[in-house]
Structure formats: C-alpha cells, structure tokens
Design a binder for this molecule. Structure first.
Ligand code: GLN
Length: 196
C-alpha cells in the first residue's frame, strides 16, 4: 500500500516516517500527477494560507477533488483539516469543502497556542489512547449531520470523519512512537475497510 503525503509545506516529513513505521510506503507528493500512484493522501499541519497558495499555484485543488471523487481516503491534520473543511472562519478563506464542518483558525488564543493533552479515539477496532499535541490549532465549531466524532478534548470534537475524509485538529505525527504507530495503522485499517 502506498500513501501520499502532500509535501508542499509543513510537517510532511514526520508524517512520512510515521507511515513507514506501519509498513506503509509513504510517497511525498509534490506534483498533482503523483496522486495517480497513491491509494490515500495525508494533508499535514503547517500554515493553511501558505499551503493553499501553493496548492493553487501547483493546480492541486481540482486534482484533490477528483482524488476524493474517486473514493480515495484523505486525512487532514491541523492546517490539513482547515484545507478540507466546508467553512473556515477567522478569517474566512477558501477551502475544499470535503468534510461538512466549520473550523475557526488559531482558536485557542495566545495563552494556549500550543499544548498537549491525552484522550481516547473511538475507532471501529475499539478505543485507543491518544496523545494530542495542539499547535496554533483550529477548533471545530460546527459539525454537519454526516460527520462522526472520533475523539474529543474537553467535550469538543478534535478528530472526526465523514465518509473517507478523516480530520484531526492536533498533530498525531509528533507523539510517542508506539502511540503514533498504533494510531496511524488503526486509521489506515479503518479507511481501508470503509472502501469495501
Ligand atoms: N494555525 C495554522 C493555520 O491556521 C494551523 C497550525 C498547524 O497546522 N499546526 O493554518
């Protein structure tokens, strides 16, 4: 199995390492044509405005829409979630609208720009512990009816799924190796099974 990591900006290298720890071949995607050779895509954290500009410049917007339309799974973390959301606030910016949520950027305020917390992800395979690193993270302010919450922090959704689109407001690639591996493998297993 080959999974692409959008490698235009942000934390793509650690995502690629996390995938490889699961025995999944990670492909750093820098050109739209490289999406033809992968079965899933991770859009990493970083800076969503910059990422968006690069995606537009490299013609990734329509290619990722087609990738999603072909039923292939996409996982967006932090800035990646902002790119995938239906609506973005603070400020408003263009997004792909592939998951029916509204997100507010940088929504934890100055005092808590970055923090860590632990939680639990409720997956089909059962609950698994999560260590969550939030870095200038967005908050999910609205969930559409088709969106399933997979993990919460202080009663708010921090990981969610709609069909084959999975999102997290935190950075899974930064946490402890074992956790990260279990986490990524379970998610991939889940997205795989949902394809059948
Ligand atoms: N604050 C960033 C943004 O709004 C996201 C931060 C991140 O990906 N860690 O795009």
């Amino acid at each position: 199995m080959r999974v692409g990591v959008l490698a235009l900006q942000g934390d793509f290298a650690l995502h690629a390492k996390a995938l490889e720890k699961c025995g999944v071949e990670a492909v750093e995607v820098r050109k739209p044509s490289e999406l033809d050779d992968v079965e899933g895509l991770i859009i990493p954290g970083g800076e969503s405005t910059t990422l968006l500009k690069l995606m537009e410049a490299w013609n990734f917007v329509s290619t990722i829409e087609k990738f999603h339309g072909a039923g292939k799974p996409i996982f967006g973390t932090c800035a990646g979630l902002i790119i995938l959301a239906r609506e973005v606030e603070s400020p408003t910016q263009f997004s792909l609208g592939l998951i029916d949520v509204t997100v507010e950027r940088n929504a934890y305020g100055r005092q808590r720009e970055s923090f860590e917390a632990s939680g639990v992800a409720r997956l089909d395979a059962g609950p698994i512990p999560l260590e969550m690193v939030f870095i200038r993270a967005p908050r999910i302010r609205r969930l559409g009816p088709g969106v399933q919450v997979l993990a919460e922090h202080r009663g708010e959704p921090v990981m969610a799924r709609q069909g084959r689109v999975l999102v997290a407001t935190f950075h899974p690639e930064l946490t402890d190796t074992t956790m990260r591996t279990a986490w990524t493998c379970t998610l991939l297993d889940r997205t795989n099974r949902s394809r059948t």
